[in-house]
Design a binder for this molecule. Structure first.
Ligand SMILES: [Zn+2]
Length: 317
């Protein structure tokens, strides 16, 4: 294995003997890697196939750890001589919807995602957020205003369904077909998600009453179908995304309300991973990687922004 090239985060034009596919989001799986041996979980293998990217899955030559981001998401630990390297992939320290996360070992080198690597990006406590969302949904439903709950169709939508469905009994529940296909994969791995009726965007048979919610992918409130739902039902458009912490998010997306419920660690969660692994050097990647590496250097860590390195490909050993 040591004599082969292994890519930890393949890009759109990369291939190697082995690639690590941390999870099945589209910014982590690429057609270009289909001929490489894929180090990934069984869940990622199935979800990638469903997304049209067949992987050549190999036996795991390195230990993988649940990263708490979506179904089957993993971090990888590479041991080479005395050196240990952990790459987190996308990670969540407060996983949603019973997606597990494991404790990580102490390592020499940590490569960590930084989607929320900015000190201003800290989420409110989960219980407060869920209560606020449920109160908001119930209030609108009681006024005969159905609610659309948007979140990306693989991961976020399943997680908000697992959290909210049980708290909204006696409400008719719909989902778009792009979400229902992934619900089925979650069920294959024993995660319980309530059955929903399918609602197509081109549907002529929209619900008759007003007591319903619809799980839908993250799209603009100005989208034609969303406008139909608003005009016909006075529907309320909500989005679940950590990005809603950013100024002007609701207005830019043309929605009524956003809740910062995320599948990623916030700034505090990222620091928690760093304390847990106590690395000697850190590489930050994705999102606020530059800001995060700067914050880490202020705290006394040897930290580098991987995104700004030439070619974004470094040889670690
Ligand atoms: Zn992801």
């Amino acid at each position: 294995m040591n004599e082969h090239e292994t890519l930890l985060k393949p890009g759109s034009d990369s291939s190697a003997d082995y690639v690590f596919i941390s999870h099945a989001h589209l910014d982590h799986i690429y057609k270009s890697t289909q001929d490489s041996g894929a180090i990934c979980s069984e869940e990622t293998f199935l979800l990638s196939t469903l997304r049209g990217i067949g992987l050549k899955r190999v036996e795991e030559p390195f230990p993988l750890f649940d990263s708490g981001h979506i179904l089957g998401s993993k971090a990888i630990l590479i041991e080479a001589g005395d050196e240990t390297i952990l790459y987190t992939g996308d990670i969540n320290t407060s996983p949603l919807g019973n997606i597990p996360r494991q404790r990580f070992p102490k390592v020499h080198t940590l490569i960590i995602e930084s989607n929320y690597g900015n000190p201003n990006l800290v989420f409110p406590p989960r219980s407060e957020l869920v209560k606020e969302a449920v109160d908001y949904l119930r209030e609108n439903l009681s006024k005969n205003r159905p609610v659309v709950l948007m979140g990306y169709p693989l991961g976020k939508s399943q997680h908000i369904q697992m959290i909210l469905d049980g708290l909204l009994p006696d409400v008719e529940k719909y989902a778009s077909p792009s979400i229902i296909r992934y619900n089925d994969v979650y069920r294959l791995f024993s995660l319980t998600i309530e059955n929903k009726s399918i609602m197509y965007s081109q549907s002529q048979a929209l619900p008759k009453g007003y007591n319903w919610i619809l799980y839908y992918p993250n799209i603009s409130g100005r989208n034609a179908f969303m406008q139909v739902l608003k005009k016909k039902y006075d529907a309320v458009l909500t989005v679940f995304s950590g990005r809603s912490l950013l100024e002007g998010y609701e207005e830019a997306l043309g929605i009524d309300k956003a809740f910062p419920l995320s599948d990623h660690a916030d700034f505090k969660g990222l620091l928690e991973i760093i304390e847990e692994t106590s690395p000697q050097r850190i590489f930050t990647t994705h999102g606020f990687s530059k800001e995060f590496s700067r914050e880490l250097r202020k705290l006394g860590y040897e930290a580098y922004d991987l995104n700004s390195m030439r070619g974004k490909c470094i040889r670690l050993f």
